[in-house]
Design a protein around this ligand. Sequence first.
Ligand code: PLP
Length: 449
Amino acid sequence: QTISISEAQEIIKNNLDYTLFSWSKQKGLSPIAVKYAKGVYLYDYDGKRYIDFSSGLMNVNIGHGDQRVTDAVVKQMQQVSYVTPACATKVRGDLGKKIAEISPGNLTKTLFTIGGAEAIENAIKMARLYTGKHKIIARYRAFHGASYGAMTAGGDPRKLASDAQQMPNVIHVEDPYCYRCPWGKEITSCSRECVSHIERVIQFEGPENIAALLMEGESGSSGCIKYPADYLQKVRALCDKYNILLIADEVMSGLGRTGNWFGIDTHGVVPDIIATAKGLTSGYLPFGALIVSDKIAAHFDDNVLWLGLTYSAHATCCAAALEVLNIYEEDNLIENAETMGKYIEAEVEKLMAKHPSIGDFRNTGLLGCIELVKNRATKEPMAPFNAKPDQMTIMNKVAAKLKELGMYTFVRWNYIFIAPPLCISKEEIDEGLSIISEALQIADEYVSR
Ligand code: PLP
């Protein structure tokens, strides 16, 4: 006897039986089967609506289902979908020009990649080729992608499972994690030990061996750890002092997410290289970019650029990106990110008064995360930073509740991310925050007073 199962169940079954899901044990997964998506919402086959409070993986910045991008992509495909990166296309040149216009300082030339990790890999290679030096300094609480080099550069504990094969010559430094300052200081009275620590590491490692310092333009999946106001400026000064390149990883923080074109713009700092992806095409197609200063670009006028990818400057992806960049401007999305970010900050402040499980909330534009604790005085996290998925019992319960109540968002370790599409309205924010408030009742039960 055949058992009839609904369309949605069959889709989920095929997904689970024939495909693998990232970062999880495969048993016991229950993904949402998304039938369609529009604006800030995902819809499943049973007609249930989920508010997308993390813009997918903080990439669908313009929102879902925008016909303008589909039209631009189709039009490009009718003309030329793909040619090798050795050929020139109109759309590639137009996009390069547009990126030069929105990039800070003298960052004028772009190498296109397929996603964020490849942008980081190529940024590291380019820094090494340009400087002739080999070491890269990066932060422990950062994620730069899941390929070997990018993963090594990050400090995210997900890399520990593949620890034996890490890329050589990456050195990590502590984060300016003010909520849990590694030096036990307070932001108002400290001497920026987080910066002098980096300088000591530079001296120990030998500035003559260090090609670049790699930092997210604004911290993302490691917990939106906000840089103290003058931190990146001091880091830039260190780079200048020791002749080290500054690479800003703007894969998550770039393209309007923080209320500026790039996260680093908020700090008034110009890096030597920007690596970006995600919001560049808003997830409509996979794409990434590496934007370099005219000085670095000029170096490769006379030296071979030993970098390349089959799909570099993919014409269809370029068309999607160009349209997405226009949409940011047409719809004033970057301004909206800033305004809505301030609104969220005020509203989460009210939630903090209600929910003792909220230890901290850190936000820039629409890149924010709530950090949950078991006790505000001891700051014991609701799940440890290196927790495996099945050690996140309380957080998993919170995540399940969010889903049940009609929210999709990124929940990991003791963080709940609030990073909705930049087109979100106040009413939609209210809807999302009331769902979070209800789910937080679960976490509150685990708070020791
Ligand atoms: N860099 C940062 C800051 C990221 O957040 C991510 C992905 O989340 C990456 C790099 C890697 O990007 P991708 O997943 O497109 O390879």
